[in-house]
Design a protein around this ligand. Structure first.
Ligand code: NAI
Length: 244
């Protein structure tokens, strides 16, 4: 079975691609800029004995998404059974300082891209009467966060998208779930000031920052047969930070 992971060359996406490969999935690796890290990941996944290839595309661009899906199908010689909408960016600042470009860039990458990718894979999944769509949201999509109006809105949006598509396609054997990571150690959180990180750590009941693998394991569950009776759900992978 083939899984496509968007924004997979580093961070959480990379860990997801590896975990799915370890679980026997063939993996299409989407990347936006750095082909070097995508190639490294491809070589690592190849050693696991599954089929894998890298595909450059800016998933916030609809035309690029349509040609991405065509290239994946043509070169992997199978249709996508598992879609992981992982690509994401932040442009944090307080509302008054947030430029419309900051708002649009974040919504385009974090929300529009998930819609584009979902729209382009759903027909094949419906035909196969099988599919798994896993959207990477965030706990701030549930709670909101000062300085992240654009990011939190995009992640709240992805939760609405998840539940709506889950309802539309439940009868076709397609499950659609979201994962809401809390504070995970990647380049995205690397930029935060030490005092901000310390404050966040205090708010996590398990008193630990999460790893990309923590998220990847939850994705593997939603990608598997074991989660067949679960759809439209949001699973927080956050060390107990939100509990809502
Ligand atoms: P990261 O910055 O390490 O990786 C993001 C990946 O997305 C990169 O590979 C980047 O090239 C790719 N990407 C960005 N724009 C793209 C585009 N237009 N087309 C294709 N690829 C694109 O960030 P991280 O932490 O691995 O984030 C992964 C996902 O997890 C994101 O959706 C993020 O919002 C979410 N998340 C991360 C949390 C954290 O604490 N790190 C917490 C909650 C959610």
């Amino acid at each position: 079975m083939l899984a496509l992971v968007t924004g997979a060359s580093k961070g959480i996406g990379r860990a997801i691609a590896l975990e799915l490969a370890k679980n026997g999935f063939n993996v299409a690796i989407n990347y936006n800029r750095s082909s070097e890290s995508a190639e490294k990941l491809r070589d690592e996944i190849k050693t696991l004995g599954v089929n894998t290839e890298i595909f450059q595309a800016d998933v916030s661009n609809y035309e690029q998404v349509t040609s991405l899906m065509k290239s994946v199908k043509d070169s992997m010689k199978e249709s996508i059974s598992v879609l992981v909408n992982n690509a994401g960016i932040t442009r944090d600042t307080l509302l008054m300082r947030m430029k419309p470009e900051d708002w649009q860039a974040v919504l385009n990458t974090n929300l529009n891209a998930a819609f584009y990718c979902t729209r382009e894979v759903i027909r094949d999944m419906a035909k196969a009467r099988y599919g798994r769509i896993i959207n990477i949201a965030s706990v701030v999509g549930l709670t909101g966060n000062a300085g992240q109006a654009n990011y939190a809105a995009s992640k709240a949006g992805i939760i609405g998208l998840t539940k709506s598509v889950a309802r539309e396609y439940a009868e076709r054997g397609i499950t659609v779930n979201a994962i809401a990571p809390g504070f995970i150690e990647t380049d995205m959180t690397e930029v935060l000031k030490p005092e901000v990180k310390e404050g966040i750590l205090q708010s996590i009941p398990v008193h630990k920052i999460g790893s990309p693998e923590d998220v990847a394991k939850a994705v593997a569950f939603f990608a598997s047969e074991a989660s067949a009776y679960i759809t439209g759900q949001v699973l927080a992978v956050d060390g107990g930070m939100t509990m809502c």
